[in-house]
Design a protein around this ligand. Structure first.
Ligand code: PLP
Length: 415
């Protein structure tokens, strides 16, 4: 299709997709049609350029259309894109081996799916079956997906209430509070599930000893520790896995988003060997038609190559330190608007005193060609989550535009 042949996409959304979402996007100034993207830049159908400082909420760690991932996917596309599901599939086997080599500790076996929520669903099912226990403990403000199981362990009521009853035996405790975790985990607990750093909760970095304490509590009570690294994983926070920032090895680790290199959807649930005894009696006790398909696995294999070759975790750490320092300067200059800035690597958040200010800043930034979004479970926080391949120059440009947006917000606010 050529640009000139584009239909009225907004009307099609209104009529066939979700009229309320269409209106919300229009209200936020996001009713433009995305057209093409490369590296850190997205262009809309009118040719306007945007710096992608959101990175698809963690999907575009390699930027858009990384040539190595495109090439790997193209090669696989012309040979065998999807699996027969009858024979062995070599991209899947190679990817599982690579993930086991990369993952910390003795994490070894991999179940492949197509999304973050599916990776979490699998982890919950595996934990119940392996331990024979029912209870899950998770954190308030957490986001693990919107399927029934992943929603049940997520921590924001407005997304949960309309769908009750959800999975039973789920308890949420404040994130970062070791005492509360200690009280909630008992000998009926199958697993504790946590994000090492909460993304949608508002980029919440836990106290230094929190994850180690969670590990110790689980070990003491015979519960599994599941870490959801769907957003934090694969270099985003300055290490390949964020749990490595605190030297903690979970029993199960969930991945998705960036694993597909920004080209293919894929989810992965990686577990310690003992847990895989759940497949002994019935190897098909959990399965997925598209999970582990050759196309997605080829994309992921190329993604892991790029991650190593371009030293993306190290880049994220270095550029993240630079950006956070710049944000701290902005916080001091605009203390009337900004309450806090925080994060690790290139998962950074700006918390505003007022939710409306955050929304206004997001809208001003988008108008000026910088894509950011607020955190789903904490709209006072906007997230900066650019591709890890971004240059320091482009980040400096983002800081400049952010400062001009803050000044303009100050100008329109009542004094
Ligand atoms: N887990 C975390 C930590 C996430 O951030 C997300 C999505 O934002 C999910 C799970 C769900 O992933 P998906 O939207 O691919 O189902």
């Amino acid at each position: 299709m050529k640009r000139e042949e584009l239909p009225d996409v907004f009307s099609l959304y209104k009529r066939y997709i979700n009229p309320y979402l269409a209106d919300l996007l229009r209200f936020a100034g996001c009713d433009r049609v995305e057209w093409e993207a490369e590296g850190c830049i997205i262009k809309d159908s009118e040719g306007k350029e945007y710096i992608d400082c959101l990175g698809g909420y963690g999907v575009f760690s390699l930027g858009h259309r990384h040539p190595k991932v495109v090439k790997a996917v193209e090669e696989q596309l012309h040979r065998m894109p999807l699996s027969s599901k009858i024979f062995l599939n070599s991209p899947q086997a190679k990817l599982a081996e690579r993930l086991a080599q990369l993952a910390p500790g003795d994490l070894q076996y991999v179940f492949f799916s197509n999304s973050g929520a599916e990776a979490v669903e699998a982890s919950l099912k595996f934990a119940r079956m392996f331990t024979g226990r029912k209870k899950f403990v998770s954190a308030l403000g957490s986001f693990h997906g919107k399927t029934f199981g992943s929603l049940s362990v997520s921590g924001r009521d407005i997304y949960k209430k309309p769908f009750e009853p959800l999975l039973g035996h789920c308890e949420q405790v404040p994130f970062g509070d070791g005492e509360a975790l200690e009280k909630a985990v008992d000998d009926s607990t199958a697993a504790v599930i946590l994000e090492p750093i909460q993304g949608e909760g508002g980029v919440n970095v836990p106290p230094e000893d929190y994850l180690r304490r969670a590990r110790a509590i689980c070990d003491e009570r015979g519960a599994l520790l599941i870490l959801d690294e769907v957003q934090t994983g694969l270099g985003r926070c300055g290490r390949i896995f964020a749990c490595q920032l605190w030297d903690v090895v979970p029993d199960i680790l969930c991945l998705a988003k960036a694993l597909g290199g920004g080209i293919m959807p894929i989810g992965a649930t990686i577990a310690r060997p003992k847990i895989w005894t759940i497949f002994q009696e019935n190897p098909l006790i959990h399965s997925s038609t598209f999970g582990g398909n050759p196309l997605a696995c080829s994309a992921a294999l190329a993604t892991l190559d790029v991650l190593e070759e371009e030293k993306l975790p190290e880049r994220a750490e270095e550029l993240g330190n630079y950006l956070l320092a710049e944000l701290q300067i902005l916080k001091e200059k605009h203390a009337n608007l900004i309450k806090d800035v925080r994060g690790k690597g290139l998962l950074l958040g700006i918390e505003f005193w007022e939710e409306d200010v955050g929304l206004l800043v997001v809208s001003f930034l988008i108008q000026r060609g910088v894509l950011v979004a607020y955190a789903l479970n904490n709209p006072k926080v906007i997230r900066l989550e650019p591709p890890l391949i971004i240059s320091k120059e482009l980040l400096a440009r983002v800081v400049e535009i952010l400062e001009s947006a803050l000044k303009d917000v100050e100008a329109v606010l009542p004094t």
